[in-house]
Design a protein around this ligand. Sequence first.
Ligand code: NAD
Length: 510
Amino acid sequence: MTVIDTLYLEHYCMHIDAFINGRSTPGEGGGPVARRSPIDGVTVVGTVASVSPEQVREAIGAAEEAQRDWALVPVSERVERVRTAIADAIADGGHDGLLIAAEMGKPAREADGEFAFAQRYADFCAPRAVEACAEQLVDDEEGTLLRLAEPMGVVAAITPWNAPVILAALKIIPALMTGNAVVLKPSPLAPLAVSAFVADIAARLPAGLLNVLGGGPDVGEALVSDPRIALVSFTGGPATARAIGAAAARTITPTVMELGGNDAAILLDDADWGPELAERIVFGAFLTSGQVCMAIKRVLVPRDRHDAFVAELVAAAARVLRVGDPRSDGVTMGPVVDAAARTRLEALIASSRAAGGMVHELGEVDADLPEGGHWLRPVLVSGLGDDHELVREEQFGPVLPILAYDDLDEAVRRANGVDHGLASSVWSVDEHRAMQVARRLRAGFTFINCANRAGVSLRAPMGGRGISGHGREFGDLGIAEYLQSHSVNYPRTARPGSIMVANRYPVAAS
Ligand code: NAD
């Protein structure tokens, strides 16, 4: 047994049951799902129960029942209960980033921030959910209009592995606060920390309101196909999105789809060139080994700045990018998530070289990397055409193409010339000019002089266009997704004693 094995077995090898109807429930779906650490490729960090189709139905039934009562709880009380459950789970539960680091490779100190994010997002949503749920009454010469904002019902939340706690929190918190119940299915590639945390929160709320199911695509499919699901909120890749969209179409169930990106960073000729800009680009591109939906995926740089910028980026990466065991302090990049991802990314680097791309290795690599881990040296690639797969598609890994452009119109056209439309960034010292370029970009979010995690704002809706999906998370729109509008209209002319022309078209009230 290696030293790492001993450490894991003593501290982290755990089993997490499903959490259904207020109880930890052993899975009946064909044996536990083991998660092997990407740090050494062999150590089982822990296992989660895989649930059966019958258990999926049981969870939805429990959620349906709990939701009926929950919707009647005053919204001010609901938001406080959710907020308190999260705060108490964080205070009592021993949830930390080490487990996330072990199961998916993100640096532990960064992963710690996922739990703090959940608390901050709950604090942010609480007053806004109260506002979003408020009834609106209009009583004027046209009559009485009551506008209700009602919960959807039972929400199926399906999440990926790259920010397991944050991506679940973005769905669970607004859904519960607005009066819905939730059945969450996290990714089997990082199921442990999020399942333990969400079960801990669920145990502090009414039974059945929040359920967590372990398992893979079969469990997800059974969940989204059930006609009792009122909304599917999905974050993940396009192939899964198509399967979920097809299943949801059979029951005409609405979906929120938060999918991938191929985000362009456009550096304008008046960008604030220098070490600080280069470091922001490095973090924007390589956080979580580049496995972030809103990471910088392409950099467009003026041709006469190209060579100097490449040198600046290499120097910045040498200062701030340290590849190593993600449980160690000071490491800023761990392994990629699994062997399949590493193989795919290595092939992408090889095909970039074959296509004439110049590959520059980046960062510092610790000498004693655990053997067998899915390590990948981060690289930048210059000299590729826009038709190369690395530029055209989402790479979702630490391989960054740098592209030279001749004029700004061309840069905007090329930034917009991909199927994805999630985020983008514009870099300039001239705020007005940056905003003007931002207006021309086909994206759901544009960062100015920043990108990725550091540029996100809780108040700014985030989401995609095109194959990056539809619907929004964060901000007021991220709460509104979980509500449906119900208008109750009583025209003055329909009142007893009034005369109504029963076949007239409506006219606007003056
Ligand atoms: P994935 O699509 O493979 O898996 C996501 C989830 O869907 C997992 O829980 C998986 O088990 C489940 N699933 C798989 N098949 C299913 C089916 N047929 N029915 C129901 N559920 C099913 O994605 P991934 O590899 O875990 O995540 C990577 C992708 O997610 C990237 O494209 C990334 O850009 C995207 N992403 C987007 C955002 C965003 O907010 N826009 C955030 C993070 C990640």
